[in-house]
Structures are given as C-alpha cells and as structure tokens.
Design a protein around this ligand. Structure first.
Ligand SMILES: Nc1ncnc2c1ncn2[C@@H]1O[C@H](COP(=O)(O)OP(=O)(O)O)[C@@H](O)[C@H]1O
Ligand SMILES: [Mg+2]
Length: 340
C-alpha cells in the first residue's frame, strides 16, 4: 500500500517536527536559517544553520526565526523555510496533494497564521488547517480532552510555554508565557559569567543543561569541562562545571515556571482543579526533558506531575492524530482552507 502523504507539522520556537500520517515522526530540524545580509538570500537552513549560531561572519545573519514568539517581517522567510522542510520530508505533489495540519507558536496572530498555512499550498497541499497548540499537545500526550473531565497540559518549548486546562474539547483556562528551555540556558550562561567571569555561547549553555543539568539534587555529582572566553584576560579558557552549580543556576527560571503553573491552577474552576489533583499535571515539549522537572513541580505544587511519552513529539503527533482519527478529532481543527 502507498503511504499517505498527509502531514502534521509542529512549527515551534526551536524546532520543526513533521509527522507523516500512519508513519510517525519523519522529520525534525531546528527552526533556524542563515541569510546573506546584503542580498537576503537564504544560505542554510535547519541543522546546518544551527551549527553557524555564534560562528558566522558579519555578512551572514543566523536567525532563530520563530524564537521571539512572532514572525512579523520575516513571514515570507519562515514560509520559505517550512516549504523547504516539507518538500525535503515529503516531496512535492502535483496532483491530489496532502492534507496538512499545522500548529504554530500560540502567540502568532491571525495574519501570520494565514500566511504560513497559505505558504504550504506551494508544496502541492490540497488542504491546510491550523490547530491550537495546547489542544495538539494534549492530544499527542493522550489526554482525554473530549471528556467532561479536567486535564492540564504544560507544553514547554524553547522560548514559549503553553499551559492549559482542557475539558469537553475546550481550553477552560489557558496561558502562554515567554519562558522555556532557552530560559534555563540563559540562566546557566549568566551564572557562569557572574561566578567564573567566563563568557559562553548559547550552544555551550544548552549542552551543559542537557548533559549535566537537573532541577533536583543529584545523588552523584556530575561535571563537564567547558570552554569560553575569560572576561579578564580576554582569552579562551577551560573550566570544570559541576551539576550542583547548574542546579543553583537554574533555580530562578524553575521558580518562574512553577509560579505560572500555580497561577493557572488558581484560576481553574474547583471541579476541574479536583480532576487535575486526581490525574496529575502532564508536561510536554522538549523542555519537559529537563532532568527532575516533573518531580520539582510535584513537590512545589503538591500535585502529581509526569512527563508525557516522547514529550518533544507531542504537538506534531497531536496534529497527525487529528487526521488519523478524523471523524473523532477533526472538529478540533480550525476551518479548512482549500487550494484555489
Ligand atoms: N534532553 C534534554 N534535556 C533538557 N532540555 C532539552 C532536552 N532536549 C531538548 N531540550 C530543550 O527543549 C527545548 C526545545 O523544545 P521544543 O519542544 O523542540 O521547542 P519548540 O516547541 O518551542 O520548538 C530547548 O530549550 C532544548 O534545550
Ligand atoms: Mg515543542
């Protein structure tokens, strides 16, 4: 049997993930592009552009295009990036093209959403639809959001976190905040600069977080040797960082995250809050992979909290599920746009 070419796409603030209907995740690339400042030409995309972050000469601008939570004047660039990713993952379709369901950062406005879903028609798509990010994340995390029962999803992306309490197919309370995995990287870089007078780049800060970072004390201390620029001598220097230091560095963004989850719970109607108390809070997004996060949230809020299976894939999977189970889940999609 031929594969379906229908796609679910998660355009996040850090990564683009593509789910092929009946196939699972088929593509993942950083939402990064490198552009020639003079000509505007796109020089590199995805992983290749990501490697240029902090390393490009002045004539090349390396952009994390969706990081700021809006695309604004870069709309056509983001559209071009999506187009190239979709064609790389799925080919171009001249007849009977795919149905595409897209999730974008929740802060994008209506015209940005329309512009991006419209750009997908150039892949040959016959139909494109947008789905709310918190709904896609919750579906991908297998939460029973259609029922008269409260479920809480916290999707932690690179620079944006979406929190929602869902019941009977709707977000009863929701919030998005400019806080995410990147906030932890930035806190680590600030800490190392303040404490050790060492300047490190964002790639190094993220590596520290992923390799030895935890927001719960570790039984055995880990360490990592990192290199940056010494602020006093101005020269490169290598330093050993311990997991205890990283724990201390990440305390501030951790407390902010817990605070916003707390604020959403305070606004949640009592019956739904009771359901969440029984069933727990579910974390999704790449940020949910931070070691110890679910435990730290559980302890702070005294509510059970767990990480969804394959948390970084939840949004893209949720987009794909709406097509795989269209009769049951299709109503979560916004009105459809068809190729003219
Ligand atoms: N193993 C890991 N440990 C901690 N953080 C991680 C891990 N893997 C990815 N992340 C973080 O997840 C974030 C990206 O999550 P993602 O869901 O892809 O973002 P978005 O949906 O905004 O594009 C980044 O901040 C990244 O550092
Ligand atoms: Mg994500």
């Amino acid at each position: 049997m031929r594969h379906s070419s229908d796609l679910g796409i998660d355009l996040g603030t850090s990564n683009v993930l593509i789910y092929g209907r009946g196939r699972g995740i088929i593509y993942k690339e950083p939402a990064v592009l490198a552009q020639n400042r003079d000509t505007g030409a796109i020089i590199a995309l995805g992983e290749e552009a990501h490697r240029m972050l902090g390393r490009a000469p002045g004539s090349i601008e390396v952009k994390r295009v969706t990081r700021g939570g809006s695309v604004g004047k870069d709309l056509h660039l983001v559209g071009a990036m999506l187009l190239r990713f979709v064609i790389a993952a799925n080919g171009k379709h001249l007849i009977n093209g795919p149905h595409i369901v897209l999730s974008v950062p929740s802060t994008l406005n209506e015209s940005e959403r329309r512009g991006l879903s419209g750009s997908l028609f150039e892949t040959g798509a016959r139909r494109t639809q947008i789905i709310n990010r918190n709904i896609a994340a919750a579906l991908g995390a297998d939460l029973p959001i259609g029922e008269a029962y409260g479920s809480m999803i916290v999707d932690i992306g690179g620079s944006l976190t979406d929190i929602a309490v869902l019941s009977m197919g709707n977000a009863v309370v929701s919030e998005n905040v400019a806080l995410g995995g990147d906030s932890f990287d930035e806190a680590i870089a600030r800490y190392i600069r303040r404490k050790h007078n060492l300047l490190i780049g964002e790639i190094t800060a993220e590596e520290i977080k992923v390799r030895i970072g935890s927001v719960m004390p570790r039984r055995d201390e880990l360490y990592l040797d990192i290199t940056g620029r010494d602020l006093i001598s101005g020269l490169p220097k290598t330093l050993r960082i311990t997991s205890d230091e990283v724990l201390e560095a990440m305390e501030e963004p951790l407390q902010e995250l817990i605070e916003v989850i707390h604020a959403v719970l305070e606004r949640t109607p009592a019956e739904l809050a009771a359901d969440i108390f029984d069933n727990g809070i579910v974390l999704s997004g790449g940020g949910a992979l931070l070691d110890g996060l679910a435990d730290a949230v559980s302890i702070a809020l005294k509510i059970n909290c767990r990480v969804a299976d394959q948390p970084q894939e939840c949004v893209a999977r949720g987009c794909g599920l709406t097509m795989e189970k269209y009769s049951e889940l299709g109503h979560y999609l916004a009105a459809s746009r068809k190729r003219k």
